[in-house]
Write a protein that binds this ligand. Structure first.
Ligand code: ATP
Length: 384
């Protein structure tokens, strides 16, 4: 196993535009790192530079303490797990796992020992004589990982391995990969554009946009303390609401009414004019269900509910609002970049399943204003 260090990595393709732009990232030995971002952000390019499938324009790639920029892929001892697992259909599970050892002319008894060991760990012992066509998706994934284990690779690299699967299987495989990675403790880099995978699989997540790192943090930190509008909008489902707001003393004036800020937030926005306030759907509650002690800690407002969606354990309410055109345009652009369908001229509110709010009626909402984020609409920076 090995650590992976990237120092000021740049990749320019023919057109000179940097697909990866000065990326520095340390992945610890045994760590599970996710690279996530919308299409074209450079995540696959970065992964391919780690493996050696793509030349590095400038910067240093250091694996296990050794600079590997000029090493061929086969000499880096990394194992890439592809979307389709690249198993040989005519070979048994045993021979598929043994394949890298055959290539390196490992003696038979050593092959047997290592394949047995790997199939023990991966719970594939009963399936060694089967062909890949007779395995479930999860078992195939394990065979692909078995190949990586027998080689005693320094790290696993995954490029969107689950994107071809249906939602149910994807969920199962996610759990499987996560369980195996923890059991094996092998350094893992996993590329995805799916924020659920990003949030559930990794120890840390690196969010990329246009070849630039936006934030590297634990899933929880990304969710609770996104550094900018992009990360805030990318992480979370349904997405964070962004409402236009103006500053009036220690309050933000929003289309829904005033939000009273705590001291820290009020200080952060002092002297500003137009801002975007970021509110996760679950920061709202049906005011009639909020107890008296908690009420003064948040802000109350009335709004007309357009549509509700019942989810069993909670419900969503959609509340349309008016916003200045400049803000609407900006949010539309952000939605497009994030590949999100939301046009965000309506807020999504997630409230308790027992709430009696009704479509087409006004309702009173309570907002936990201690949690709101405030963004500079120009730079996108989180000011709070
Ligand atoms: P996706 O999720 O769509 O695979 P990605 O985040 O993995 O996207 P990359 O495939 O790394 O993005 O591409 C990053 C940028 O580099 C894109 O603008 C892409 O068009 C460009 N690019 C990728 N490969 C090449 C290539 N071989 N030649 C020229 N440009 C390329």
């Amino acid at each position: 196993m090995a650590s992976i260090e990237m120092r000021n990595i740049v990749k320019k393709y023919g057109d000179g535009f940097p697909a990866v732009n000065d990326v520095s990232l340390d992945i610890a030995d045994g760590e599970f790192m996710i690279l996530v971002g919308p299409s074209g952000c450079g995540k696959s390019t970065l992964l391919r530079m780690i493996v050696g499938l793509e030349d590095i324009t400038s910067g240093d790639m250091i694996i296990g303490g050794k600079r590997v920029n000029d090493l061929a892929p086969r000499d880096r001892n990394l194992s890439m797990v592809f979307q389709n697992y690249a198993l040989y259909p005519h070979m048994t599970v045993y021979e598929n796992i043994a394949f890298p050892l055959r290539l390196s002319k490992t003696p038979d008894d050593e092959v047997r020992r290592r394949v047995t060991e790997a199939s023990d760990v991966l719970e594939l012992k009963e399936h060694l004589e089967r062909k890949p066509a007779n395995l479930s998706g999860g078992q195939r994934q394990r065979v692909a990982m078995g190949r990586a284990i027998v080689r005693q690779a320094e790290a696993f690299l995954f490029d969107e391995p689950l994107s071809n699967l249906d939602a149910k299987l994807r969920g199962q495989m996610r759990t499987e990969i996560s369980r195996l990675q923890r059991r094996l403790g092998i350094t893992t880099v996993y590329v995805t554009h799916d924020q659920t995978e990003a949030m559930t699989l990794g120890d840390r997540v690196c969010v990329l946009r246009k070849g630039l790192i936006q934030q590297v943090a634990s899933p929880r930190e990304l969710y609770e303390q996104p550094v900018n509008l992009f990360v805030a909008g990318f992480i979370g489902s349904p997405p964070m609401n962004f409402l236009p707001a103006t500053v009036e003393g220690d309050r933000l004036q929003t289309p829904f009414g005033p939000i009273v800020l705590d001291e820290r937030r009020a200080a952060a926005v002092r002297g500003r004019e137009l801002l975007l306030v970021g509110i996760r759907p679950e920061y709202f509650e049906d005011a009639s269900l909020v107890d008296d002690a908690k009420r003064p800690l948040g802000s109350l407002f009335r709004a007309r509910v357009d549509v509700t969606e019942w989810l069993g354990d909670s419900q969503y309410a959609y509340i349309p609002y008016e916003a200045p055109e400049a803000i609407t345009n900006q949010l539309r652009e952000l939605s497009r970049e994030l590949d999100s369908e939301e046009l965000r001229t309506q807020a999504i509110v997630s409230i308790d399943a027992t709430s009696r709010i009704r479509e087409g009626r006004e309702a009173e909402f309570w907002l936990d204003s201690r949690k709101v984020h405030v963004f500079d609409p120009h730079s996108g920076d989180n000011l709070t």
